[in-house]
Design a protein around this ligand. Sequence first.
Ligand SMILES: C[S@@+](CC[C@H](N)C(=O)[O-])C[C@H]1O[C@@H](n2cnc3c(N)ncnc32)[C@H](O)[C@@H]1O
Ligand code: SF4
Length: 380
Amino acid sequence: MNYPHKTVSSIYLHIPFCATKCYYCAFNTYTFHKEEAKAYLHALRTEMELYASETDPLQTLFIGGGTPSILSANALAQLFTDIHQHFQITPNAEITVECNPGTVDAEKLKVMRDNGVNRLSFGLQAMQDETLKQLGRIHTVAEFLQSYRLAREANFENINIDLIFALPEQTMEAWHHTLNETISLEPDHISAYNLVIEETTPFYEWWQAGDLHLPTDDTEADMFQYTIDTLTSHGYAHYEICNFAKPNRLARHNLVYWNNQPCIGLGVGACGYIKGMRYTNIRGIAPYINKLSQRHKPIADTERMTGHAEKAETLMLALRKREGISLDAYRNRFGEDIETAFGSILKKWIDLQLIEQTASHLRLTPRGLFLANEVFVELM
Ligand SMILES: C[S@@+](CC[C@H](N)C(=O)[O-])C[C@H]1O[C@@H](n2cnc3c(N)ncnc32)[C@H](O)[C@@H]1O
Ligand code: SF4
């Protein structure tokens, strides 16, 4: 087996705390308690020690959640001390922190900036206070604007804003308003997700009970098309199904995932991919801490990605990118043409006009973009 990416130069680090849980969210997060967070960060430090010798100097570091910005300025400073103590970071690395606008202040932003953070990702979701309330968000639009302004004042030059469309009762006009107000702030990157009703959430219960009135599939498709047209006409490249970036502002860490390259995952429930092995950490905070108190890696599951599984995953992830999968990169990685493993399925998708071949790539057609999940399911 040929692994062109033998070394690991990316880390995802999970902070599993939020002030309260948003009604649509199924991420592995828990209500923030100061003492528990302290014990968690202590365990995280041990996990860093256990992985310290396994990385090359980092090119990307993504501190996600949950809500990393819920940590105090002191706790954030300690977290960065721990990170810098265990891992070398290249001078031009991309270091991202996810922030919930309700939890950001100038002091925390300064700690992040002083510690090399050069990219922030704000969860905003919608530009209407009423909608934010219905989503269970802890902040208002005004509080978001204040956090965004503070971040620019603290010299953050690379900021992403997360939005969600196809929300309950959301009209086209409301989505236009959210998107255009967001664009007027000139963020460097926008992630626009369609709402997914996740099983373990209050939204799922309300939907099952018939109390959640979602836009129709046609409206959702119109919202997506409007998003693509509007953002591209404002200079954002549509480079992944849900992601749009100003020039040179593509999310380098996320590209590591879409290119199926190795990444260490640290923290409860985090996933990693090293030396051809995918692993998922224990999801609960107490067992995670317990495992690390014995100085064992807190891994719950592993799966060796070889042969067809690795090829299928590489294809599926790369098709998420607007440019699609590079035929040369695939051949270099696996030592064979992509048709060898996927000839018949690719022919079927081309016939159905779901994918198309460019000079160097295979990529989703505009129609395939809307049906991406149905396309990918055939590879799993
Ligand atoms: C881990 S959260 C990030 C940041 C921070 N926790 C916050 O919410 O402000 C990542 C993003 O995933 C998106 N997201 C979460 N649950 C979703 C769902 N069920 N459907 C669509 N998007 C979702 C939201 O846009 C959210 O900002
Ligand atoms: S969307 Fe963000 S703030 Fe809300 S519960 Fe999920 S991780 Fe926490």
